[in-house]
Design a protein around this ligand. Structure first.
Ligand code: CMC
Length: 434
């Protein structure tokens, strides 16, 4: 629709002669227009949209996705340019403050984040309360939530300074928490952050160094890791971000909100898909078995889905998957793993699926999770840490989205309505008569 013939309102008519309702149509700067239905409830009807298939839950100026064309912008910048030229903290600054930092701002921000990386020493006791074999995501949900018991002096969500210091703490401490959840799992001592290292290098150091052996970050791998973080930093109103916004809409503290986002991200349909993709590739094992798994993915009586494929918004190649595929080549070349069988299997699986009528007609393409697991595995990161790393990166987006929501002048507690389909009113029956 051109702007000249764009409608400005829609009229809802009823087939029982009830008065029609005019609803305004609002336009953002990019993307679909939205029908403003806020006044509808006063007329005794609600809209019904489980899974938010057609509902814009908020307005936001942080991230834009064009699912048809396969475009992703953070604050207007295409993801390809940011992944190529920026480091993760620059992107985090952009997401939170709306502009890329100049050289001085970048230095100050990097310095601020670097000096908040250490955890309160008593938080180590929280880690020790978990079983050794706990999944890192279980530990992350618990430890991040428990931060509210350690940093409670600065948790007034209506205080801008408190919000900012909480945001800095979260961004700075998430890599420490993620790396320590791995170390705890391995039975190795916690490795303290080194503030002279970059964000990516520091995380890798906390993952791979031991008190007996120093870790020398490989610059190619560190750069690839920065890219992984940038690609996962934000993705507008996905399930975990919406969870953070909804939790925060009640005024809950930021640590509790981010913990709720981590919990939501964990599911295999969302952030857990990277771990599930690698498990799937390991299970397929060989190109000769691809046909069997493609057949299963298409079978409606089989719960199996091709993990790392499909997306609610993208009806085209996920731009993050394309960058991740290129990163895969870079990392595998650096490590001399040109013939990595898992990568070959993934490339062949992608090729076959993209020629298959089932996937073509449903516009199912590889998403970011399809290749990220192969890159991380080549770096020596275990499968169980993939979603934890996603959570670490997405924390920057969650913080930006949470701050945007709190700053919204018309901010209200999120409270969806429902269509009740239960029993009508009935009277209590004593146990003896049931
Ligand atoms: N394998 C097989 N069939 C699929 C797949 C898949 N991966 N994804 C969607 N379909 C089919 C689905 O069965 C349905 O077919 P039909 O129309 O015949 O009933 C159609 O495609 C539409 O699927 P949907 O489930 O209605 O789509 P959705 O928007 O509700 O779900 C999704 C999106 C990402 C949950 C889904 O594509 C999926 O489960 N993919 C695998 C998990 C995955 O890779 N998730 C990571 C998403 S990207 C990272 C992130 O955001 O966290």
């Amino acid at each position: 629709m051109t702007s000249a013939n764009k409608p400005t309102k829609v009229t809802l008519t009823f087939d029982n002669g009830a008065p029609p309702i005019d609803l305004p149509i609002l336009s953002g700067t990019l993307g679909n227009d939205v029908i403003d239905i806020r006044a509808l409830g006063k007329h005794g009807v609600y809209t019904y949209d489980p899974g938010f298939l057609s509902t814009a839950s908020c307005n936001s100026n942080i991230t834009y996705i064009d699912g048809e064309k396969g475009l992703l912008y953070y604050r207007g910048y295409p993801i390809e340019q940011l992944a190529e030229h920026c480091d993760f903290l620059e992107v985090s600054y952009l997401l939170t403050y709306g502009e890329l930092p100049n050289a001085i701002e970048k230095k100050q921000f990097t310095n601020t984040i670097s000096t908040h990386t250490m955890l309160h020493d008593q938080l180590t006791n929280v880690f020790r309360g978990f079983r050794r074999d706990a999944h890192p995501m279980a530990v992350m949900v618990g430890v991040v939530g428990s931060m509210s018991a350690f940093y409670f002096n600065d948790m007034d969500v209506l205080n801008l300074e408190h919000r900012e210091v909480s945001a800095h703490r979260l961004l700075a401490k998430l890599p420490t928490i993620a790396a320590w959840s791995y170390k705890y799992n391995m039975g190795q001592p916690f490795i303290y952050p080194q503030n002279h290292l970059t964000y990516a290098e520091n995380f890798m150091h906390m993952m791979f160094a031991t008190p007996c052996e120093k870790y020398e970050p490989n610059p190619v791998l560190a750069k690839a890791f920065e890219k992984i973080l940038i690609l996962h930093a934000d993705h507008e109103q996905n399930a975990s971000t919406s969870t953070v916004r909804l939790a925060g809409s009640s005024g809950a503290n930021p640590f509790a909100c981010i913990a709720s986002g981590i919990a939501s991200l964990w599911g295999p349909a969302h952030g857990g898909a990277n771990e599930a993709t690698l498990k799937m590739l390991e299970e397929i094992g060989d190109v000769s078995r691809i046909a069997e798994y493609i057949k299963r993915a298409k079978d409606k009586n089989d719960t199996f889905r091709l993990m790392g494929f499909g997306h609610r918004v993208y009806r085209n190649m996920d731009p993050r998957a394309a960058i991740m595929q290129k990163t895969c080549y870079e990392v595998l070349n650096e490590l001399g793993l040109h013939d990595d069988p898992m990568f070959k299997l993934a490339l062949e699986l992608e090729k076959i699926a993209l020629q298959d009528e089932y996937f073509v007609s449903r516009k199912l393409y590889p998403n970011v999770d399809f290749y990220s697991g192969i890159v991380m595995r080549a770096m020596g990161i275990p499968n169980s840490m993939f979603t934890a790393i996603f959570a670490m990166a997405r924390t920057s987006g969650w913080i930006a989205q949470w701050s945007e929501m709190i700053s919204e002048p018309e901010q209200k507690i999120g409270r969806p309505r429902q269509m009740y389909t239960g029993k009508l009113r009935r009277d209590f029956v004593p146990t003896s008569n049931r």
